[in-house]
Each structure stands twice: as structure tokens, then as C-alpha cells.
Design a protein around this ligand. Structure first.
Ligand SMILES: Cc1cc2nc3c(=O)[nH]c(=O)nc-3n(C[C@H](O)[C@H](O)[C@H](O)COP(=O)(O)O)c2cc1C
Length: 196
């Protein structure tokens, strides 16, 4: 891995993501999302990458979930990809910003109907009395939305993680792994190699 390779970490990410999409047997788009909880303690969970652009990395969720509450208190987050088949890791740190309604609608329209109804059925991260209660709620909503498109709940939407730091890690022999770190300073990316 040459430091002189792509100077643009987003282009680099896209190239690695394309390779991961060919090689990983399942969910190359799965990434861990770390947020800061109350008191500053970290909290992490998996989400799915649904878009990557120069401006950042997008995922969708329930905006009343625990992660959304944490993001609203502190927008600083971290993402992590691990592609085992390629022995690669990508670490991203940045700030999560809510996507606009039009962007959320666009992605919502591509979701399977069952997932759309599921989004209505789940008050994500809240306590649930039983599995049966959730399934009853889903059936009632499926009947309510029997006809026509399922509207997007106002509390369901996406975030874009605007990166300030991106690190590419490639496993190599004798633990002499490659690590290339990009940092964005005043709108420009600069890169350096880190010790493994
Ligand atoms: C592979 C995988 C992908 C997931 N993708 C998402 C996702 O894109 N959006 C989401 O809200 N939850 C997703 N989840 C569930 C979350 O990990 C988590 O359980 C949920 O969002 C509630 O998190 P919170 O209580 O911290 O808000 C995924 C879980 C797994 C294992």
C-alpha cells in the first residue's frame, strides 16, 4: 500500500468498498457506529452504510432511538469497518448531521414494504412488554397501510457522518501492517503513515 496511492480518502474508501463488495460473503456495508453517551461513556452498535459521497457516509435509523439522542447531545461519532476477507480495517471519525427530508424520502422509497411497516412498528430502543406485542402492532399497521405507499414516519431518517479523520489499515506479514491516516484541516486532506 503506497502512501502515494489516492490522495483523496473518499476515492480510496470507494475502491476498498468495491473490493469488499466482491469479496465479503455478507454485509460489506455493515459498520459499527460509536457515539458518546451521557457522561461521555462510549456506546457502539452496527448500522448499514447506505451512501458515500465527498460529503460523507450515510446511514438511516429511528431518530427517537438511543443513538439519535446521543447524537443530538454530541454529534461527534466514529465509524468502523472490518473486512475480514481482505484483512482490512477503515476507521472514520467525524460529525453526524441529520439528512434533509428529501434525502430521507428518497431512500425510504427504496426500502421493502415489510421494512417500512417495521419502521412504524418499532419504537426503537424503548422497552417492549413482549415479542407478541410487537407482532400484533406490526399486523395492525400492515392492515392500516394495506393500500398505497407507506409514508415515511417523521421520526425515521438518516445521518451523514462528515469525516475529519479516516484511517486505512491493511494487515501485513510479521504484524508490520500498513496504516495510512488522513486528516482534514481547513477543508484539505493531509496524509501520513502511522506505525502499526
Ligand atoms: C449488521 C447489522 C446492521 C444494522 N443496521 C442498522 C441500521 O442501518 N439502522 C439501525 O437503526 N439499526 C441497525 N441495526 C441495529 C442496531 O445495531 C441497534 O440494535 C439499533 O439501531 C438500536 O441502537 P440504539 O439503541 O443504540 O439506538 C443493525 C444491526 C446489525 C447487527
Amino acid at each position: 500500500m503506497r502512501l502515494a496511492a489516492p490522495r483523496d480518502p473518499i476515492a480510496w474508501f470507494r475502491a476498498w468498498f468495491r473490493e469488499a463488495s466482491r469479496r465479503e460473503t455478507r454485509l460489506p456495508e455493515a459498520m459499527s457506529l460509536a457515539t458518546a453517551g451521557r457522561g461521555g461513556g462510549p456506546s457502539t452498535r452496527m448500522v448499514l452504510l447506505k451512501g458515500v459521497a465527498e460529503r460523507g457516509f450515510e446511514f438511516f435509523t429511528n431518530r427517537r432511538s438511543s443513538k439519535a439522542a446521543e447524537i443530538s447531545r454530541n454529534g461527534r461519532v466514529a465509524l468502523l469497518f472490518h473486512w475480514k476477507s481482505l484483512d482490512r480495517q477503515v476507521r472514520i471519525e467525524g460529525r453526524a448531521v441529520a439528512l434533509g427530508a428529501a434525502e430521507c424520502d428518497r431512500y425510504w422509497a427504496t426500502r421493502p414494504r415489510g421494512s417500512q411497516i417495521g419502521a412504524w412498528a418499532s419504537d426503537q430502543s424503548r422497552p417492549l412488554s413482549s415479542r407478541a406485542a410487537l407482532e400484533r402492532k406490526y399486523r395492525a399497521l400492515a392492515a392500516r397501510f394495506a393500500e398505497g405507499p407507506v409514508p415515511r414516519p417523521a421520526h425515521w431518517g438518516g445521518y451523514r457522518v462528515v469525516p475529519a479523520r479516516i484511517e486505512f489499515w491493511q494487515g501485513r506479514k510479521n504484524r508490520l501492517h500498513d496504516r495510512i491516516e488522513f486528516r482534514r484541516v481547513r477543508g484539505r486532506w493531509s496524509a501520513r503513515r502511522l506505525q502499526p
